[in-house]
Design a protein around this ligand. Structure first.
Ligand code: M6R
Length: 589
């Protein structure tokens, strides 16, 4: 959602904040701002746009001082304008705050504060935090007490960092992450370890409602009643610092290309944990699978292979709907939650609902220190390194591969994933070799209005995923359709301007897919076949490599769709790493 950062230490703060915000920008990139404290004065600069652009216009990194806070925003309350960009002052410039989350009772609090004479300058829910702190600081003349009083009044979910003109930095969280980084050169308070990983690998993950106060002498953590609490120091992985684009033009392209090596490594360090997962899945009465967006598409494939190969029936529920469909889940059930970030609010809410009825929670995450990992009974990591591009690519193939490992273990190798893994890695490398051809196809589709992606059986979730990638990266209307459903309605949409992609590796679904392709071709559509075998029905052919084990084609066939979506974004002049209106980690409901 939004990213927040605070720093106090020996370094000149502004370039540190700008650097941190660039690293965390994938969380939100509508607007950016920083506030620094120097000689008892808070100086604030903010603007609309990405960090580099705002920095170019305002020269954020030239601000003085060794203490400061910063923010990149993904708008929830109030438009994308400079006045709504963070940090926000209260009535005076003696306190500034940055916030991530939603303050649900902000209207009520605002009314109360306006009665007391406070004047609000933005349309955000966040500004109320600055005014509350100002109010309670005026009353108590004590920063810790004003933090406690303020946090008591907030409903909703939040992580915020506040800067006081005396140089104190404070923060608190409730259901939004906030992490302290302990570097030799100073302290960080950040929504994400990427905010400080270039400076230190020592982190303290705050608990819900913890309050951290960083004054001139010490760093103290208090609970909501003001009692000092101790939180564990965690050493985080330095590899997470590796977030440069290398030789690639965009993170998205780099992440697409990382997939063969990500799949090659999958599960190797997790063999005992995989066994533990298998035993929990085998011994539970009912299995539920959940996730959002791309992770949900992985859950749909998991359902197929669990049932076909491990003979375990599973229910799949998209996380945002989970709370409405709790029937049938109880303390003899297991919920397997999939999430790259481990911070998606919808997923966390689904998990909490399942936990409340006593279900066991398993999860698959990329970030082992994430909220989802913490509330799970057991978790596995996909270990694909940081995924910066907003469109999930390598995390999807990593999740899928781990699911295949689990199911292959459950069915004693009958699925054939483990024995074919090395062939799969080779096939993924080969699939990437078609990048240039696919770039040419993207040119042809530049003016497409509608793209339909068809697949059957295990390929249907890939049709959904391919369509999601196309809409997210190119803003072209795209729909994933179960090929057999065409004749039940969607066929009415097809005309000479339609492009239809058919996912058709040569397996048991192939003949029916070819029949569907003829049906749409007869209505004038241009057919793009993704297959290992050419066919005269395809107007455009995207070749994927042959592999012995048909069940693992989904991991291969998604690659050309990712590459197509990436090049569609380029031909339409869209930045694929930062598509409009989206954020990488969706921590609001
Ligand atoms: O971090 P998560 O896997 O929980 O994220 C879930 C979705 O928000 C995410 O997959 C989203 O759909 C991607 N941007 C799609 O490319």
């Amino acid at each position: 959602m939004c990213s927040i950062i605070g720093y106090k230490g020996q370094l000149i703060v502004a370039p540190v904040l700008v650097d941190s915000l660039k690293r965390m920008e994938y969380r939100g990139y509508d607007s950016v701002g920083i506030a620094t404290i120097n000689n008892g004065k808070i100086l604030l600069k903010k603007g609309v746009g990405k960090v580099v652009d705002v920095n170019k216009n305002l020269d954020l990194s030239s601000m003085d001082g060794h203490i400061g806070i910063g923010h990149t925003r993904w708008a929830t309350h109030g438009g994308v304008t400079e006045k709504n960009a963070h940090p926000h002052y209260g009535c005076t410039d003696s306190i500034a705050i940055v916030h991530n989350g939603i303050i649900e009772n902000h209207s009520e609090l605002m009314e109360e504060l306006i009665e007391l004479g406070h004047v609000f300058k933005s349309d955000t829910d966040s500004e109320v935090i600055a005014h509350l702190l100002e109010r309670y600081y005026a009353e108590h003349k004590n920063i810790k007490s004003s933090m406690i009083e303020t946090c008591r009044r907030l409903k909703g979910y939040y992580a915020f960092v506040a800067a006081f003109e005396d140089g104190t930095i404070c923060g608190s969280r409730y259901n939004e992450p906030l992490v302290i980084g302990l570097a030799d050169t100073g302290y960080f308070i950040s929504s994400d370890i990427l905010g400080f990983i270039g400076y230190t690998d020592k982190a303290i993950f705050l608990d819900n409602r913890d309050i951290v106060v960083l004054d001139s002498k010490t760093l103290q953590i208090y609970d909501q009643d003001g009692k000092t609490v101790k939180r564990t120091l965690t050493q985080v992985a330095w590899e997470l610092a590796a977030i440069d684009k290398g030789k690639y033009a965009h993170h998205t392209l780099k992440e697409i290309h990382e997939q063969p090596s990500v799949v090659e490594k999958i599960g190797i360090q997790n063999l005992d944990k995989i066994e533990e997962f298998c035993s929990i899945l085998k011994n539970s009465k009912a299995v539920f699978l959940t996730g959002s967006g791309t992770s949900y598409h992985c859950a749909l494939i998991a359902k197929h292979i669990l049932s076909n190969f491990a003979k375990i029936h599973a229910e799949t529920v998209v996380s945002s709907e989970f709370q409405y469909t709790l029937d049938g889940i109880d303390n003899s059930s297991v919920l397997l939650a999939l999430s790259q970030s481990g911070e998606t609010a919808d997923v966390l809410q689904a998990v909490k609902a399942a936990k409340n009825v006593g279900a066991k929670i398993l999860s698959i995450v990329n970030i082992p220190t994430s909220s989802l990992a913490k509330i799970s009974d057991s978790f596995l990591t996909i270990e694909c390194g940081p995924e910066i591009g907003v469109a999930a690519t390598k995390s999807f193939t990593a999740q899928l591969s781990l699911i295949y490992m689990i199911v292959d273990t459950l069915c004693n190798g009958y699925l054939g994933f483990k024995v074919n893994k090395q062939f799969l890695v080779g096939a993924l490398r080969e699939a990437l070799d078609y990048e240039i051809e696919i770039r040419g196809i993207a040119e042809k589709l530049r003016d497409a209005r509608d793209i339909y992606v068809l697949g059957r059986s295990i390929h249907y979730p890939i049709a959904l995923e391919g369509a999601l990638k196309i809409k997210e990266l190119s803003y072209i209307h795209a729909e994933g359709i179960a090929a057999g459903e065409l004749k039940h309605g969607p066929l009415a949409l097809i005309d000479r301007n339609s492009y239809v992609i058919i996912i058709n590796p040569n397996d048991s679904t192939s003949d029916n897919n070819i029949a569907s392709a003829h049906e749409v071709k007869a209505r004038g559509a241009t057919i793009i076949g993704i297959s290992n075998t050419p066919n005269e029905v395809y107007d455009i052919f995207i070749k994927i490599p042959f592999i012995q084990c048909n069940a693992i084609y989904p991991i291969i066939e998604v690659l050309p769709l990712q590459i197509l979506a990436y090049y569609l974004s380029l031909v339409k002049n869209i930045d694929p790493d930062y598509p409009r209106n989206l954020a990488k980690s969706v921590t609001v409901k």
